[in-house]
Design a protein around this ligand. Structure first.
Ligand SMILES: NC(=O)c1ccc[n+]([C@@H]2O[C@H](COP(=O)([O-])OP(=O)(O)OC[C@H]3O[C@@H](n4cnc5c(N)ncnc54)[C@H](O)[C@@H]3O)[C@@H](O)[C@H]2O)c1
Length: 332
């Protein structure tokens, strides 16, 4: 198939492009490089031997997006493009609502013009909000969030649900990711955010590389076995494969489906830190700091629906995630 991948130069998008190409799909990437580097396209080509078409444009630029659809047939869209830093979204809510909503609305309008009816969306476990019990199940109410970033995901899920109701020949799969970490086995792709990382693993690798002095763990007095927060970490390559499965599903079905992509297991921040040290045989200076506003003590996925509906489950271990993340960091 011909797949348009927005945000395809980013962390999860680039890994997904590799899996799509490996499966024989033709890929066009739209990315404005606001949080990615152009050489990611070279890395993808190095891994797969195929250079994806690349358009450095803003997804909210309708005319530019039209030219992409004119130049490339698009059978389905995987929409990663958006801003993703929870803390930044609290400080810059308008930028988040503008970018994440505009890019999605514009994309849907252009898809409608060109008769494209398959949409895979990067949603997030954040849509379950602070009040649902874990493990999170897809049927739980997803009407809460604790940040403007999270609200953009809730709103876009709503938009896609309403759009699908109005267009019963449309299919939207809302993939609710848990905590992707790790890198492609080649060490050529990985999580390489601009500026100080917001997520744990790229922070860990920069401390390990000596670029940052030490890791601060936010709180060790949570009601969890070791007092640090529990999260559902999954390997980014497993997550990428989940998109392939969602695509296969979308080709054969209509309507809207929300699906968790996680391992179904909680791992604490401290466990991850120790696993990283052990897997790579290196030291990692850390201190315990105060709790961070908005952090939930624990959550992980109920991963049954992904297994039953998409035939997907996470395959990689925490050790794989830690080793591959460090391989990528060392090569930079
Ligand atoms: N990484 C995570 O932990 C996580 C968890 C849940 C959901 N998600 C979602 O998954 C998606 C991908 O996340 P990621 O970690 O790969 O982030 P990322 O920042 O690496 O990738 C997003 C890409 O989108 C591009 N982009 C942003 N706005 C754009 C626009 N208007 N037009 C074109 N390109 C634009 C950026 O340059 C970047 O390359 C995001 O929507 C994010 O919210 C990520």
């Amino acid at each position: 198939m011909n797949i348009l991948v927005t945000g395809g130069a980013g962390y999860i998008g680039s890994h997904t492009v590799v899996e799509l190409q490996k499966a024989g799909h033709m890929v066009a990437i739209v990315d404005d490089l606001s949080n990615a580097k152009a050489n990611v396209i070279d890395s993808i080509q190095q891994i797969t031997g195929i250079r994806p078409a690349f358009f450095q444009i803003d997804c909210a630029d309708k005319n530019a997006l039209r030219t992409v659809f004119e130049q490339h047939p698009v059978d389905a869209v995987i929409h990663f493009a958006g801003f993703k830093a929870v803390g930044e979204s609290v400080k810059k809510p308008l930028a988040y609502y503008r970018n994440n909503l505009d890019s999605t609305l514009t994309l849907l309008e252009v898809m409608e013009e060109f008769g494209c009816k398959k949409f895979i969306f990067s949603s997030s476990a954040t849509v379950y909000g602070p009040n649902n019990p874990y493990p999170y199940k897809e049927e739980m109410p997803a009407i809460q969030s604790s940040s403007p970033y999270g609200w953009t995901k809730v709103m876009i899920e709503r938009i896609l649900t309403d759009y699908t109701t109005a267009h019963p020949d449309f299919c939207a799969v809302l993939l609710r990711y848990f905590n992707p970490i790790g890198s492609h086995e080649s060490g050529l792709l990985g999580d390489d955010p601009n500026g100080i990382p917001n997520n744990l693993m790229p922070y860990i690798t920069r401390v390990a590389a000596g670029q940052l002095e030490k890791l601060t763990i936010f709180g060790d007095d949570y009601p969890t076995p070791d007092g640090t927060c529990l999260r559902d970490y999954l390997h980014v390559v497993d997550l990428a494969v989940g998109h392939l499965k969602a695509l296969e599903y979308a080709v054969k079905h209509l309507g809207v489906e929300a699906v968790n992509l996680g391992t179904g297991q909680g791992v604490s921040v401290l466990e991850l830190v120790h696993a990283f040290k052990q897997a790579n045989g290196i030291q990692l200076p850390y201190v315990i700091g105060p709790r961070r506003d908005g952090d939930l003590p624990a959550f992980w996925a109920d991963a049954e629906k992904a297994k039953n509906l998409l035939g997907w489950e996470a395959m990689h271990s925490i050790e794989d995630m830690c080793k591959s993340a460090w391989e990528f960091a060392k090569k930079k």
